[in-house]
Design a protein around this ligand. Structure first.
Ligand code: FAD
Length: 689
């Protein structure tokens, strides 16, 4: 009998299904690459996914690899930009590589005519980003070993490096500094300076732009490269699929990866594969109308995920409808928003950052960070596609003039569509879609310090999030935090409240194909080292103003439960601050219940900054309680700081050194030394952002 089309489809589905089953998804490469699509997966399999970078460079005919260690996507974005510039301006054969995807024990065989870039973000307390941990341990490790037995095993390696850091942290740009030192020690040759970008000073982008020009000159000289006239070359091909509809089962209309294409997702859940979690409870914590702070409880029962008190939960956001609409309008894509597009890297090493086939609408709504600040370099690259000479000239000027760019765009906190919209009412219909994928980061999950105790609420993760809504002086719009306003919209839906927000952000909170309807949010858990002492009898001092109190609610909940269970619990001191006890005193009504269990061992010391003429902050209270703090430290108390990295955490550090020096009659330098010692021994822990 003849096989008709339906039979054929059934057969193919069965075959694909059983291959997937028997290979346990190996060929689907999901764990490593969340965005691998049927497209990406096939080409990955065809290229034989190797962890050998030398082999990869050889096979793909590349002479320049740009590794990135990235947590929030910026380092990854810079890596892509360097790859593109190297290729277009200097004819380098570049590829971008995730540090996590390669081994480094054969770096001693790195060919002399090739170059490796390391774009490295520093995370938290001078730590590597999650994807750079193994690389970092390898190159900086005591027993780093290569086959080449000499003391300069990396003599053939030429490298370029740039770090992304934040000067408000103690270990500013530790990653790039330590890796640079380690590579040099191993005999590798650095080209250009080891660049450092400073997020704390808000100059990251400008630091990067200023660093890369002399670096290119040095690299061109070293490798004998010639700069050439550039014109735009797309990295991706984007093909509209007339025959497909967004309803087709194979089309991604917001699903994070192929595990989510069918019904609701499949574990194991991780940073690459979120769990669509029910929000069990949500409520407002502030009593004032003009500011919001949300308490949410995320139900992770049955997900296979677990957490420990002090961990972080990551929320995968969706962009607000108003901004999605603005992007589509400005680019002349509004009418085609639901057209299905298939995106493919034009080079074998170019990875599409999100799953495809998809639609224009889904790309802007779920996959790209369209509301983020704009880079000057990206603005300049749009000039070639302006609809008229006037907007073109303006884009060129913005791209070239750092101060003008700052005045017009950065200080106004405009996103890309707002920038283009301010230039002309004619749509920018000629901008290649590939350029947008190259120039706009993929959307990033946002982290929240879990505000519940895993001992008390094993399956319920608490979030305490202040809703970001910032009115920029002189600007016509209010900057709305993407994730926190999404959470606010979810809370409003859960309570049947109208979208109270006058800005009418219009989030698609029921998710792709309404899969998140019934109040769900995509999340994953990230484990942290911010932990209570294992012995509850040990005293703890916690400093957490504002939402910095989040993990300490969890800590206190835990110690109250331990006390109620008959365990001996040591002194538990919380320094908490907010503006006014009647407006933004978080969990005000709850502390009493913990007090009832912990008795005198719980002490909550408050600082209300706007209740008196003189502003009082937690660091002032710390100073007032110098003697008690010092006594507890002498009893080996652990000290924890959570919240604002820029000011509060820094000042606490300063005040603490003063307290120790004064109380123990030591010179200030000794006090500072003691604080450093507390940090390195784990007695002083920070969870700051
Ligand atoms: P985003 O959209 O990311 O915007 C953030 C800010 O960026 C805006 O407020 C604005 O200042 C700026 N911005 C946005 N768009 C532009 C633009 N176009 N131009 C210029 N500037 C712009 N937060 C909590 O509330 N509670 C917690 O417990 C908590 N814990 C955290 C723990 C860790 C480890 C980390 C890293 C962060 C934590 N945060 C916490 C912060 C949280 O992750 C988010 O950063 C925060 O909620 C804002 O996210 P958002 O998506 O709403 O705002």
């Amino acid at each position: 009998p003849q096989i008709d089309t339906l039979d054929l489809i059934v057969l193919v589905v069965l075959l694909v299904g059983s291959v997937a089953y028997f290979t346990k998804g190996t060929y689907w490469a999901i764990e490593k690459n969340p965005y691998a699509t049927s497209y990406g997966a096939t080409s990955d399999a065809k290229n034989g996914k190797t962890r050998d970078i030398l082999k990869k460079l050889d096979e793909t005919g590349k002479n320049c690899v740009i590794f990135y260690g990235s947590q929030t996507g910026t380092a990854e974005d810079y890596a892509s930009r360097l790859a593109k510039e190297g290729s277009q301006r200097f004819g380098l054969k570049t590829m971008v590589a995730d540090l996590e995807e390669y081994d480094f024990d054969n770096l001693d065989g790195f060919p002399e005519d090739k170059v490796a870039f390391f774009v490295l973000a520093t995370y938290g307390e001078g730590e590597p980003t999650d994807n750079a941990v193994e690389f970092y341990q390898f190159v900086t490790g005591e027993d780093v070993s290569f086959d080449k037995g000499d003391d300069r095993p990396l003599a053939s390696l030429k490298y370029v490096t740039f770090g992304l850091g934040n000067n408000t942290y103690e270990h500013y740009n530790a990653m790039v500094r330590n890796v640079d030192t380690a590579l040099t020690k191993l005999g590798a040759k650095r080209i250009g300076t080891a660049g450092e970008g400073d997020d704390g000073a808000g100059t990251m982008e400008e630091d990067f732009l200023a660093w890369k020009e002399p670096m290119w000159v040095a690299l061109a000289e070293e490798m004998g490269l010639e700069e050439r006239e550039t014109h735009y070359e797309p990295v991706f091909s984007v093909i509209e699929q007339e025959s497909m509809s967004p309803e087709d089962e194979s089309v991604y209309v917001g699903e994070p990866n192929q595990y989510h294409l069918g019904e609701g997702g499949k574990g194991p859940y991780s940073a690459h594969n979120p769990y669509i979690a029910p929000i069990a409870e949500s409520r407002e914590l502030f009593t004032v109308k003009d500011r919001n702070c949300l308490h949410m409880e995320i139900d992770i029962a049955g997900s296979g995920m677990s957490y420990q008190t002090g961990d972080h939960i990551a929320v995968w956001p969706t962009n607000p409808g108003v901004e999605v609409d603005r992007f589509l309008e400005v680019l002349g894509l509004a009418k085609k928003r639901h057209t299905v597009i298939r995106i493919k890297g034009l080079d074998v090493t170019a990875k599409v950052p999100f799953p495809t086939p998809t639609t224009y609408d889904a790309t802007f709504r779920f996959y790209l960070e369209i509301c983020a600040p704009v880079s000057r370099q990206f603005v300049a690259s749009l000039a070639a596609f302006a609809p008229d000479e006037k907007s073109k000239a303006e884009l060129v000027r913005l791209g070239n003039d750092k101060d003008y760019f700052h005045d017009k765009i950065a200080s106004q906190c405009l996103n890309i569509a707002q920038v283009l919209q301010s230039l002309t009412s004619t749509p920018f219909s000629s901008v290649p879609f590939s350029l947008l994928i190259e120039g706009i980061n993929k959307i990033q999950p946002r982290y929240y310090s879990i505000s519940s105790s895993s001992l008390v609420h094993k399956d319920r993760v608490g979030i305490t999030a202040v809703v970001e809504s910032i009115r920029i002086p002189g600007a016509t719009h209010v900057v709305k935090g993407v994730t926190t306003n999404y959470l606010l919209a979810l809370k409003q839906k859960q309570h049947g409240e109208p979208e109270l927000d006058s800005h009418d952000l219009k989030y698609a909170i029921t998710g792709p194909r309404n899969k998140y309807d019934g109040i769900y949010v995509p999340v994953h858990i990230r484990h942290s080292n911010f932990k209570l002492p294992s012995d509850p009898a040990k005293p703890v001092i916690m400093i957490g103003p504002g939402t910095g109190v989040a993990p300490f609610r969890g800590f206190i909940q835990e110690r109250a439960a331990q006390a109620a269970g008959g365990e001996k619990v040591g002194m538990t001191v919380l320094f908490y601050g907010c503006r006014n006890r009647n407006e933004d005193f978080l969990y005000r009504e709850e502390w009493g219940t913990y007090q009832a269990k912990l008795g005198d061992s719980l002490q909550i010391i408050t600082a209300f900054s706007r209740e008196a003429a003189e502003k009082v902050y937690v660091q002032h209270r710390l100073r007032e309680n110098a003697q008690m703090v010092n006594n507890l430290l002498k009893q080996k108390a652990n000290l924890y700081v959570c919240g604002d990295a820029a000011n509060m955490a820094r000042e606490v550090n300063v005040v603490l050194a003063q307290i120790i020096s004064e109380q123990r009659n030591l010179p200030l330098a000794k006090g500072e030394e003691e604080v450093k010692h507390m940090r390195s021994s784990g007695a002083y822990q920070e969870d700051v952002w």
